[in-house]
Ligand binder design. Structure first.
Ligand code: BGC
Length: 682
């Protein structure tokens, strides 16, 4: 308990005082009080609420671990918590400072609920647009996901809880998620799927990682030495602990020897069976100490021995500030995709027909599965729009069940707003990217009678929009959290100028996606072939010359921006200096040329020389800038050696090849008007 000692020293002193039973008890969760307790603390029943629980060691003064879900607020049916928008919405802000605050609010509520390990964030690259957990993640670019992950983790961990980066690794689909084998080459693993986790470890200093249900190259994540030992410990220098996803442990000896520190939620492999394996010399005492050390060092580092969490599962952690923040995130995450003929912003005092189930009767505020949050309230689109429209404007509602009746309602209104949704959830992928039910017909029917038709998408990922040319406006509001209607109204009436951008590509047709073949997704005979290799997301659209419906990075505003004067401070580097931490810096000038204040996201992509075999261009840096109307500001961006590196699978290392690298700057992956070159010499 001597706080002047280092976390490692304190952990080692404690380990020296622990029996084998004490140690094993740290390496698994408990789900029910033991009938035949191995020792005193085995009696401890898990407290209500937490989805994972490691009892305290009363003899040695080791505090309990209390684990709770929550990607968009405290989960596991907790009451009196805030429902934030889905992480994909927060990420659409392209604003790491917002993600930091998102993590801070989430971390504060978790800590207030007595949670000391918060099972967030979920940071896998979205490979398959149908993936049922797309909404829980940030999008399809590895660098982008890494920036967002580090920001959210720092926010969570600033409030007390230890964050958990999940799901490690290649957790890219729900179909057959307990057995699926992701067959993926090492270069692709390193360049696409690992970077978010590398950023979580290096920049976020995350305390824990969750290994995933799936296999990577034939071996379950939670017993996979390549990903747990080679990548995570040796290459990334991860010092924290790895816990299994709930039910993702498949062995005792392999898992313990190949890098799993802790089984969740129970002891089926890491309880009596692990003790027996140690006594039979199949798992060494040193291995056990190593696992315990990963956990204890992290607990000391986070001060769990020195302070108690801020409350318990019954505490009310809500506040007016958090309600307000939830609305702010939804406003900052809502993307304006189409706005023809000055449809938006809406004027007060005109008539509006709100149509669709999610418009009023069943607002679609969150996705399904373990990230579910019990919302204190949900403001429906109809309610939010009605309040904002003022007394002069009539806001009617039709649930859209009968497209002909809905069209009738729409024809009587100045503007028709059709709110459509998908029901995305952990545990299953969407069968395809179509809007479910009759929603496409509903939109067509309404658009036919009202040329001022706006479609609001409450979806967790991309959908096909066969009607896109026939509606005047399209807004992607994602799963917007408890303030759904208020945030939507603020954007539609122009109180907030939309400034969000797509963190993933929206395809034009079902066939025009990177993973359209069955062998890729959901796979054949349990194997999904990652045969698109590096061409994930926009990389594939560019490499194959396929036109997306809405490209990665795209989003409109009520004002207009102009980018100019790309200037590079230095355009020649040696490979060696870039490998040793040198960065290339550039400045771009951005002017708000429209009539309203607003924000633009400046995006910088790097185009490798063709011999490198990389996709045409890849996000290397971005910056969001807020500008008053008429204002001009410089935006400084820098790219480090990583953006110029490729992974050499033969030598198992990153290298920088000499050559001419394109620097492309603009406002989406498909709109890159400013160009320059950086030359790298040997
Ligand atoms: C999910 C995890 C979650 C865990 C505990 C699993 O099914 O994959 O994301 O943290 O359950 O609820």
């Amino acid at each position: 308990m001597n706080r002047s000692l280092s976390a490692k020293k304190r952990a080692n002193l404690l380990i020296a005082a622990m029996t084998l039973d004490d140690k094993i008890a740290m390496l698994h969760g408990v789900t029910a009080p033991k009938k035949k307790p191995a020792n005193a603390y085995d009696f401890a029943p898990p407290p209500v609420g937490y989805v994972g629980y490691v009892p305290p060691n009363l003899r040695l003064g080791i505090p309990a671990l209390t684990l709770a879900d929550g990607r968009a607020g405290v989960g596991n049916k907790a009451k009196d918590v805030t429902l934030l928008p889905a992480p994909i919405a927060a990420a659409s802000s392209w604003d790491p400072a917002l993600l930091h605050e998102f993590g801070r609010v989430l971390g504060e509520e978790e800590w207030g609920k007595g949670t000391n390990v918060a099972l967030s964030p979920s940071i896998d690259v979205v490979r398959v647009p149908e993936w049922g957990r797309t909404f829980e993640s940030y999008g399809e670019d590895p660098y982008f996901n890494g920036v967002m992950a580090a920001a959210e983790i720092q926010g969570i961990q600033s409030q007390g809880p230890i964050a958990n980066a999940n799901m490690y690794l290649t957790m890219n689909q729900e179909s057959d998620r307990f057995h699926e084998d992701s067959v993926v080459d090492e270069r692709t693993l390193q360049e696409i799927y690992l970077p978010p986790f590398a950023a979580a470890v290096r920049d976020g200093r995350v305390g824990t990682l969750m290994c995933a249900y799936v296999k990577t190259n034939g071996v379950y994540s939670c017993e996979n030495a390549q990903i747990l030992e080679d990548f995570l410990r040796k290459e990334l220098g991860f010092q924290g602990w790895v816990m299994s996803d709930w039910g993702a442990t498949h062995s005792t000896i392999d898992a313990a020897n190949n890098g799993l520190d802790q089984q969740m939620p129970d002891d089926s492999y890491f309880g009596a069976a692990l003790k027996a394996a140690v006594l039979a010399n199949r798992v060494s005492q040193a291995k056990i100490d190593e696992h315990v050390r990963h956990i204890l060092v992290t607990m000391f580092r986070f001060g769990l021995f020195d302070k108690a969490p801020g409350g318990n599962w019954m505490s009310n952690v809500r506040s007016p500030q958090h309600d307000e923040f939830s609305r702010h995130v939804a406003e900052q995450g809502t993307i304006l995709l189409k706005n023809a003929g000055g449809l938006l912003p809406l004027q007060q005092g005109t008539s509006i027909a709100v149509i669709g189930e999610a418009g009023k009767n069943q607002p679609k505020a969150e996705g399904g599965g373990s990230s579910g949050v019990v919302p204190p309230y949900v403001v429906s689109p109809w309610e939010g729009i009605g309040k904002r429209a003022g007394s002069g404007g009539a806001v009617s509602y039709d649930d859209g069940g009968d497209p002909a009746r809905a069209a009738q309602a729409a024809s009587n209104a100045h503007t028709a707003i059709v709110v459509v949704h998908t029901d995305e959830t952990e545990g299953s992928d969407r069968p395809n990217l179509q809007l479910p039910g009759n929603q496409d017909q509903l939109i067509e029917a309404v658009a036919k009678v009202n040329r001022r038709t706006l479609v609001v998408l409450d979806t967790g990922g991309p959908v096909l929009m066969p009607w896109a040319d026939r509606v005047a406006g399209i807004v992607e509001a994602w799963y917007p959290g408890q303030e759904d209607g208020n945030a939507l109204a603020a954007v539609l009436f122009g109180d907030v100028n939309p400034s969000a951008r797509l963190p993933l590509t929206f395809p034009r047709t079902a066939a025009a996606i990177p993973t359209s073949r069955k062998v890729q997704w959901p796979g054949v005979s349990g194997h999904s072939m990652y045969s698109e290799r590096l061409n994930v997301g926009y990389r594939w659209y560019d490499a194959t010359g396929t036109k997306p419906l809405f490209p990665f990075g795209f989003g409109l505003s009520y004002t207009k921006f102009q980018l100019s004067h790309l200037s590079i401070k230095r355009d020649r580097f040696s490979a060696e200096e870039l490998s040793n931490g040198a960065t290339a810096s550039m400045t771009i000038s951005v002017t708000n040329t429209g009539a309203r204040d607003g924000a633009e996201v400046v995006q910088l992509y790097v185009a490798h020389p063709a011999v490198n075999g990389e996709p045409p261009h890849q996000l290397g840096s971005f910056g969001k800038v807020w500008l008053r109307r008429g204002e001009t500001k410089p935006v400084n961006l820098s790219v480090d050696g990583r953006a110029f590196s490729i992974y050499d699978p033969a030598g198992h290392q990153w290298t920088i090849e000499p050559g001419a690298y394109g620097i492309l700057v603009g406002t989406s992956s498909r709109d890159l008007p400013l160009k320059a070159t950086i030359t790298i010499q040997k």
